[in-house]
Design a protein around this ligand. Structure first.
Ligand SMILES: [Zn+2]
Length: 346
């Protein structure tokens, strides 16, 4: 999650045209729940913890964009995809989408080294040209005064959630339940310095924007905030209804059916002063007219501090929130129609 910077242009939003289609069927079809339940159980607290203690280790030096520490974390992600039999996308020549230093340069910001988005891919069985993106940033803010900023929650939590969601889909595919649409698992870089990696992808997409059916973005899902200190069974859902009523309803239905979290829409209020809708990577997809959901736990005392460490993560909660993203992704990838865009994004 990027630090807040007020921008006058922040509300100057979409100018794209939107189809005034009649809303599609929003209900989850009454197909067998069993496969979803089976594979979502593979997204376990134990596996998430194992990965996060590596991704957010001191040896990754806070994963600042373009540094050796970030590249080392990236190599770990790739090694796990390889171990799970998951490949980089068709049409790409490797695991990396290079994001050049010059692209990320901004006035009054430190010069960043060349960096990389990392992508993994599971091809759809029936509609391979339609692509669901699931994204999380793997960069963090690095080191300051010799101290490592581990970024376990921000966004180590989303990073390891993505790996586990991909593994669950791959196991399903091996057992004959492959997703009908393709899924791109996108680990973006440069988020903390200005959502650079996701913006770069949105301007240099591997798959046409028109065929990109939605983006589920996960940024900070391993902790709870002060407002929920007595009950951690929640997740903030931001942006789900801004472009597609279908998408909003699918996420609601998946939650009722599978995870039963309290979905908190406080930060989806247009008037909320935090303006989180504009502050993580999903926004670069929304700008292009792609329906998005941002899953988020809110901020806490360790946000952007050296104390955002893996021992403070609630792993059962992290797994439940990742399971909601998985169940929603499953429905999006397998339902008959892609979510209809029926709203203007505001
Ligand atoms: Zn952050």
């Amino acid at each position: 999650m990027k630090l807040f910077m007020r921008k006058t242009s922040a509300v100057a939003l979409l100018s794209a045209l939107f189809l005034a289609c009649s809303p599609g069927k929003s209900q989850i079809k009454d197909y067998n729940k069993a496969p979803v339940e089976k594979y979502m159980q593979t997204i376990s607290a134990k596996d998430l913890k194992k990965h996060l203690y590596i991704v957010a280790a001191d040896s990754m030096q806070g994963r600042n964009t373009g540094t050796e520490g970030q590249k080392k974390a990236g190599k770990y992600l790739i090694s796990q995809y390889v171990a799970n039999g998951i490949s980089f996308p068709k049409g790409a020549d490797g695991w990396y989408q290079k994001v050049p230093s010059e692209y990320m340069s901004r006035a009054f910001s430190p010069k960043l080294g060349d960096s990389e988005n990392i992508w993994a891919f599971i091809e759809g069985t029936e509609k391979p040209d339609e692509v669901l993106v699931i994204s999380a940033h793997y960069d963090h803010v690095g080191m300051k005064n010799g101290e490592v900023y581990n970024g376990a929650d921000d966004d180590g939590s989303g990073t390891v959630a993505l790996m586990e969601i991909a593994q669950a889909f791959m196991q399903a595919k091996k057992e004959g339940y492959g997703p009908k649409r393709s899924i791109l698992f996108l680990h973006v870089t440069g988020e903390e310095h200005g959502l650079h990696g996701s913006r770069y992808y949105s301007e240099h997409p591997l798959f046409p924007i028109a065929n990109t059916i939605a983006d589920l973005n996960i940024d900070m899902i391993g902790r709870r905030d002060e407002a929920h200190k007595d009950n951690g069974n929640y997740v903030y859902v931001i942006g789900s209804d801004r472009l597609s009523t279908d998408l909003h309803n699918i996420n609601e239905a998946a939650n009722i059916r599978y995870t039963k979290l309290n979905l908190d829409y406080t930060f989806n209020e247009r008037s909320d002063p935090n303006q989180f809708y504009f502050r993580s990577d999903h926004y670069n997809f929304a700008k292009k007219g792609i329906p998005i959901i941002f899953y988020f736990n809110g901020v806490h005392a360790d946000y952007h501090k050296a104390t955002d460490t893996p021992d403070k993560i609630e792993y059962d909660l992290l797994s439940k929130r990742a399971q909601l993203a998985f169940a929603t992704a499953w429905e999006l990838a397998n339902r008959e129609n892609r979510p209809v865009v029926d709203k203007d994004g505001k």
